[in-house]
Design a protein around this ligand. Structure first.
Ligand code: 13P
Length: 231
């Protein structure tokens, strides 16, 4: 199982190092992913199943893109896993499918693990599962779903950072429909808490969780990994 923490715009360099050192000191068995802010990337001495990745990047090796981070900057820290298509980038930062595809193709050419995020907004969820799935399949336009280092994260927009997780049945239904076409590991994200981790990880086709808020506290994140280790 994959247990991933998306720091978003939280933690600084010092607290990230403390967080990662703590997780590293445990001999967890699950596949752990941590996505800190760019400024906190570093040469961490990671144990084999822990990987530190990037929340975003500009699809270039290097160049003149003021304010952006390219792969040369990520490679300095051996980053080999990235998030692409997160709802906050799609909806708050206005990232269009076309630029998401450019990032996807670039990271794929770099043979980097891609955690590709999809999920529907509230008004689509209210229209039922068919509307939800057609919205999600559109988010796969231009995306090579057969890429061998793909991980898909289903994160309903209305469940992100709201404390309102999708129901187990809703998650199961979406994962099952994704599984019909996609062989990559399928994660769920959206207000996952320590208390809901076990039930969510036990859902059929669920290969792990991508956690924001509840994971920023290292004890909570550790508890989630321990729960996963015991499944
Ligand atoms: P929350 O766990 O805060 O809802 O965030 C989920 C998320 O967006 C992970 O990428």
């Amino acid at each position: 199982l994959i247990i991933a923490s998306n720091f978003k715009t939280n933690h600084n360099r010092k607290s990230t190092k403390e967080f990662i050192d703590f997780i590293n000191s445990k001999n967890y068995f699950s596949e752990v992913r941590i996505y800190p802010p760019f400024t906190a990337l570093n040469h961490f001495e990671l144990t084999s199943n822990i990987r530190v990745g990037a929340q975003n990047f500009y699809p270039t090796q290097k160049g003149s893109f003021t304010g952006e981070i390219g792969f040369e900057q990520l490679e300095e820290f051996e980053v080999d896993t990235v998030l692409i298509g997160h709802s906050e980038r799609r909806h708050i930062l206005g990232e269009a499918q076309e630029s998401i595809c450019k990032k996807y193709d670039f990271a794929k050419a770099k043979e980097c693990e891609i955690v590709y995020c999809v999920g529907e907004p509230k008004e689509v969820r209210e229209q039922g599962i068919e509307a939800v799935m057609s919205y999600i399949w559109e988010q796969f336009n231009g995306i090579d779903i057969d890429y061998e280092k793909l991980v898909v994260a289903y994160e309903p927009v209305w469940a992100i950072g709201t404390g309102l997780s999708a129901s187990l049945g809703d998650i199961e239904e979406v994962l099952e429909r994704l599984r019909a076409k996609i062989k990559a590991p399928l994660l769920y994200g959206g207000s996952v808490k320590v208390e809901t981790t076990k039930d969510i990880l036990s859902i059929k086709n669920c290969g792990g969780i991508l956690v924001g808020t509840a994971s920023w506290n290292v004890e909570n994140f550790s508890k989630m990994i321990e729960i996963s280790d015991n499944i």
